[in-house]
Design a protein around this ligand. Structure first.
Ligand SMILES: [Zn+2]
Length: 185
């Protein structure tokens, strides 16, 4: 996905922007259907070929073939490639306050790559993110990384129409949360 040296071995954050295919191991999964998140990559939405075609025809998004190790057939799964926002989603002082309260520490620099990573927290407890809406893209990823140990992930923001389509194919697998306040609030 990021080439052989694309990951920090300590924290799991990618060193460069994704260039190649997401590679998954075949964990006895026969033919994946609908949409799912690989268990070690919380920020990579994968979809089956039919759903991938539907998304491609309706949304301006890049879908990239997922390489499934141990699977002979090709084109069984595609990853929706998110656009990484250039502007931060969160004000550092707000994150610091919420995460320090939850974990005792807001985040830390990785001992190996020296990059900062915020502690993970259920999105319902996070401050409301400020996401540029001008990008026009249907799937955006936070520039901020969250995680602990070797798991790192970005947060995703998804077009409600795309979310609805994905959830309709894989009900029960996704929880979509709206950060928009009801009108008048
Ligand atoms: Zn690192």
């Amino acid at each position: 996905m990021y080439g052989n040296h694309g990951w920090c071995a300590s924290c799991g954050m990618p060193n460069i922007t994704q260039t190649g295919s997401l590679v998954l191991k075949n964990n006895g999964m026969t033919e994946p259907t609908g949409a799912w998140l690989p268990n070690w990559r919380h920020d990579s939405i994968c979809v089956d070929p039919g759903l991938s075609e539907e998304i491609r025809s309706e949304f301006d998004l890049e879908l990239r073939e997922v390489e499934i190790r141990g699977q002979v057939r090709e084109k069984l799964a595609f990853q929706i490639v998110p656009a990484i926002s250039k502007q931060p989603w969160f004000r550092p002082e707000e994150l610091t306050s919420v995460l320090s309260e939850a974990h005792g520490v807001a985040g830390r620099d990785c001992g190996q790559c020296q990059r900062w990573r915020w502690m993970p927290l259920d999105s319902k407890h996070l401050p409301k993110p400020n996401i540029e809406s001008s990008s026009g893209l249907s799937l955006a990823a936070s520039p901020e990384f969250f995680g602990d140990g070797r798991k790192s992930f970005r947060l995703l923001a998804i077009d409600p129409r795309l979310a609805e389509l994905i959830v309709s194919r894989s009900p029960g697998d996704f929880l979509v949360r709206s950060w928009h306040h009801p009108a008048g609030e």
